[in-house]
Design a binder for this molecule. Sequence first.
Ligand code: HEC
Length: 193
Amino acid sequence: MKKITILAVIVFAATAILATNPADDPKETAKQAVGDLMKTMMGVLMQTMSAEGPAEAIGVCADTAYIIKADIEERYGVKIKRTTLKPRNPNNAPNAYEKEVLEMYAEEIEAGTMEKDEIFYERVKENGELTFKYFRPMSMMGACLTCHGDAEAVPEDVAAKIAERYPEDQAMGYHEGEFRGAIVITVPMEEGE
Ligand code: HEC
C-alpha cells in the first residue's frame, strides 16, 4: 500500500513539473520555434548576401534552411513547413487545409480586415491525430526582392541560377509589402489537451 502511495506521489510530481513546462503550451512552443527559425534564417541569409552575394545566398534558402529547420523541429518537438500560394519549390505547395488558410490570409489582408503579421492558430485533426497548427504569415521586404522580385530587382546571374534549379518557379514578380505565404508550425497534441 505504501509503495503505491509513493509511486502515486512520484507520478503526480512528474505531472506537475510537466504541466509547468512552457513546452506544454502549444502556442508558446510554436511561437518560440518560429521566432528561433526566422531569427536564425535571417541572420544567415543577410550575412551570406553581404559577404558572398545573392547568387551564393540561394543555397541558404535552398539547402541551409532545411538544416536549420531540422534542428529546430528536433529541439521543439514540432514540424515546420514554409508554404505559399506561389511556390518556388513544388514541395512547399500547400495541402488542401493550408491552401484554405493561405487564401483566407490573402483575401483578408487585401480587404484590410487582417494585419499582415497576424497569427492564425487552431486545433486540427490530421490523419486522425490531434495537432495544433500555428501560422506565422510573411510579407515581402526589400531584401527578399533580389530573389523574388520583378526583372529589374533580380540580378541576371541570380535569375539564371534559380531558373535552372526551379524550372516550375512561381515565386518571382513580388513587390515590397506583398503577402508571400506562411511558416506553419505543427505541434503534436494529446487528446483532451
Ligand atoms: C538569395 C535568394 C533569396 C532571397 C534573398 C530570399 N529567398 Fe525566398 N527562396 C529562395 C529560394 C531558392 C527558395 C526555394 C527554397 C526551397 O527549395 O525550398 C525560396 C523559398 C521561399 C519560400 C518557401 C516557399 C516557396 O516558394 O518555395 C518562402 C516563403 C520565401 N522564400 C520567402 C522569402 C522571404 C520572405 C524573403 C525575404 C526575407 C526571401 N524569401 C528571400 C531564395 C531567396
